[in-house]
Design a protein around this ligand. Sequence first.
Ligand code: NAP
Ligand code: SF4
Length: 679
Amino acid sequence: MSAYPHIFQPLDLGFTQLRNRIVMGSMHTGLEDKPEHFDKLAAYFEERARGGVGLIVTGGFSPNAEGDLIPAGSKLVDESQLPWHRLVTEAVHRHDSKILLQLLHAGRYGYTPACVSASDIKSPISPFRPKAMSGEEVWQTIRDYGRAARLARQAGYDGVEIMGSEGYLITQMISLRTNQREDEWGGSYENRIRFALEVVREIRRQAGEDFILMFRLSMLDLVEGGSTHAEIVQLAQALETEGVNILNSGIGWHEARVPTIVTSVPRAAFAEVTANIRQQVKIPVVASNRINMPDVAEAVLASGQADLISMARPMLADPDWVAKAALGQADEINTCIACNQACLDHTFENKLSSCLVNPRACNETRLQYLAAEQVKKVAVIGAGPAGLACAVVAAQRGHQVTIFEAREQIGGQFNLAAKIPGKEEFLETIRYFRTMISKLGIELKLACRASAAELQQAGFEEVVVATGVQPRIPELPGVDHAKVVSYQQLLAEGRQLGGRVAIMGAGGIGFDVAEYLSLEGKSPSLDAELWRAEWGVDISSQQAGGLTRPHIEPSPRKLYLLQRKTSSMGKGLNKTTGWVHKAAMKMKQVEMITGANYLSIDDQGLHIEVTDGDAVQQRLLDVDHIVLCTGQESVNSLYQELQAAEPAFGLHLIGGAEKAGELDAKRAIKMASELAAQL
Ligand code: NAP
Ligand code: SF4
């Protein structure tokens, strides 16, 4: 008996069946954009199909050039492209999975001057003003959707997903916010949804009946002027009447100022939205957004909120997610922590996607963990993310691995990250490594500071030093005052701070500490109702767009966040998550001070000089405590000692110990895994 009976129930669509209820949701990886990458795309999907996913949806392909996301972006427009796509469909079909091509016309989100939309209204997230399509161009676009679906069928896809959410063209045609046309495509709601319905009709006409048609419906727009629940139900029922087989959930336009997928969004926070639509239609409905573990997926299915579960990023993090769930080995799942750092942030930087916790994602043909030709005795010093990743990959390849960790627990900096409200997912990565250490028979020596002499005598053939970082303590009069704590002392030791606190340094950790201190242990991420109240989300969509007035719990203390740079605060934060942290600071009324020159710390507080243009002003921040978030320094004395001794074993330095300036789990895990693949 499966621990997850609802997940593993097949789904009969009449003309075809899905082997289970797990959908690998669409995720643009960048591999779709160039024909020479399709062999990598096929390997990437094949690994997920082999891992047991029931239904895969590709990244977005435009039905025509006007719908490009980026100049010369992915599109399916003629038969010459079919051989590339067949690599993908054949790879997936070798493993009893089904695959849909996603049809995505970017509309005004196209990062190209040639973009088009319902009206010539610029989006707040793109520099390009779209051209309003003429009536004939609208019809041509509909025919292009049909052509793309026909080509998809010829290429061996089992169907298509029509991207009708997230603020792309179809939603632009539906919403008054973006559609101010006066012809048959504008005005009344019936006119504005006509485009979506004509697209469905044309796809059916050109691609046939026995072809899966999934429509990603914007069930909660989260923008002003978005649809109401009654309107969304009207569209859902009309789509059902037109022969759509499955409705997928779209949550929030890309320009929405409410986070929908970042790690601080509670798990399954939007499943109720899907449930509200499911009650109004008879076709299967898919839930999505922040569902990353089998127990959450099973609960959503078992409670009748949805018929299927879509996960995109969790499938990057672990291609064997479904297989592990099927075997009751959920604790071996390498969980997506919803950080976006190697996937969506890469997309926005025009880089190929991968995954912070699984650097093999989208690199399946390049980074392979093959069985070691010669089994070696490997020592890994340090059980932070870099050391753990290296140890696990080396052991998976068959090496005999010992980890030495000076502290009493594994996880390194991830233990600190997990203390931040909204970053609880980091505990999952630590759990994954703990499980793998035990499963792979890795010897773990906790509270054990390995010495150079011991390592040299123990007969290791490879020694990997991953001793991490320590907080940087800036040179400043009074920095040793009792008011001063490092972020490490604050988070690891749980120091209690006073009602007025200054945070020096506004990098990722400075922002995290500000959030920690403004929430005082209360994590809205673990309480969906509280989270929705803070962000002003009305999941019943009684109000247009599902927005309501936010109810913000004030910070229990006055906080200052400071940086020396005069550039805007939070500029260096990650693209897709930085705005959420900045919005949170605004909500909690954290005072941001840029251009700060730190003068001294004494009983009175923190003395600074603030430069604003040509003006320089002296200020005293009369705070009870000052938290240092001023970066890190490498801890690598053991490495230097070993190197000086010219050891007989292979010696390697990875992670923050190698480069503190770029302390970054993505880089650390990638570097560690690549090294372990070579040992
Ligand atoms: P960071 O981003 O390098 O920030 C440290 C800050 O301290 C700098 O912004 C710098 O700003 C200031 N600083 C540096 N040297 C100083 C000195 N001698 N005196 C006073 N101020 C000094 O590093 P972090 O915040 O420690 O984060 C480390 C890494 O963790 C990041 O690179 C990131 O990869 C990861 N992380 C990311 C996030 C996230 O994105 N949400 C969250 C946590 C951690 P000024 O020089 O302008 O003052
Ligand atoms: Fe998930 Fe982060 Fe990996 Fe993206 S990079 S798939 S968000 S763990």
